[in-house]
Design a protein around this ligand. Structure first.
Ligand code: NAP
Length: 259
């Protein structure tokens, strides 16, 4: 399928690894030129070089911490008028909510709610003027089914989801869409690092932790980041112009509800 976005410009946040990088790769394959960012320069340059080599598109890199005003300004200076914005960021820490301070909450809100809102605020009017815009926010399956110990994520991402639902209806008539992608369990660095930590804290093997998690996933496997990237590219396609304000779960069937 020709997704009709060749030659468009995308800003893909937090894209040196994992789900962000998979979205960047999939968009590049569709002929979209990219600005990608992350805090660590080495992994960012490696990702950019690989994407350029496989797709031939222009890939600009910005070493930036998205949780800071300076980081967001640097990203927007390099890509002031994107047609596509993929909002992504590191996730907040897990743990008992009693241990989280007000500062912990403000940081989580900054990372996973206010930063995407700031980037949308800076770019959406240009999309409206050009009569094309696609904004995809990477949130979490926890938005549909909040998880114990993920309280910072549950709260911050629910706030972003409410904001997006309202805004999507205000710009739909201009061919600007806003949607959220909700990952279940994907095979990223974040997960590769989390499983051994959980195993150690429980005194069991990493394999046991993974086996337990898979029991709750009807697909019987972790998600492949390429599947996530492809879903993102579709939501950014010309054909997806009638899909807006939606929360699309990619979780191998783990969420048991009908809606
Ligand atoms: P990952 O593999 O750890 O990749 C995270 C990416 O974000 C890296 O490129 C990282 O690069 C960048 N990053 C982190 N903090 C940043 C910051 N402050 N400013 C700029 N870039 C930053 O993580 P992932 O698994 O792809 O997860 C992406 C998002 O999806 C997270 O919010 C996570 O909570 C959520 N999620 C993931 C899963 C899953 O199964 N993987 C499930 C549910 C939700 P640097 O460290 O160099 O900055």
């Amino acid at each position: 399928m020709d997704t009709g976005i060749r030659g468009r410009k995308a800003l893909v946040c937090a894209a040196s690894k994992g789900l962000g990088r998979a979205c960047a790769r999939a968009l590049a394959r569709e002929g979209v030129s990219l600005t990608i960012c992350a805090r660590g320069a080495a992994a960012l340059e490696t990702a950019a070089a690989e994407i350029r080599a496989e797709s031939g598109v222009e890939v600009l890199t910005v070493v930036a911490d998205l949780s800071t005003a300076e980081g967001r300004a640097a990203v927007l200076a390099t890509c002031p008028d994107p047609d596509i914005v993929i909002n992504n960021n590191g996730g907040p820490p897990t743990g008992d909510f009693r241990k989280f301070t007000r500062e912990d909450w403000l940081h989580a809100l900054d990372m996973n709610m206010l930063t995407p809102i700031e980037l949308i605020k800076a770019t959406i009017d240009g999309m409206v003027a050009r009569r094309f815009g696609r904004i995809v926010n990477i949130t979490s399956g926890a938005v549909k089914a909040p998880m114990p110990q993920f309280d910072l994520s549950n709260g911050a991402r629910a706030g972003l989801t409410g904001f997006i639902g309202g805004l999507a209806r205000q710009v739909a008539q201009h061919n600007v869409t806003l949607n959220n992608l909700l990952p279940g369990l994907f095979n990223t660095d974040r997960m590769a690092n989390a499983f051994p930590t959980i195993a150690k804290s429980r005194g069991i093997s990493t394999e046991q932790v993974i086996a337990e998690r898979l029991q709750n996933i009807p697909a019987g496997r972790l998600g492949d980041t390429a599947e996530f990237g492809d879903a993102c590219a579709f939501l950014c396609s010309a054909q997806a112009g009638y899909i807006t304000g939606q929360n699309l779960l990619l979780d191998g069937g783990a969420y048991r509800g009908l809606l």
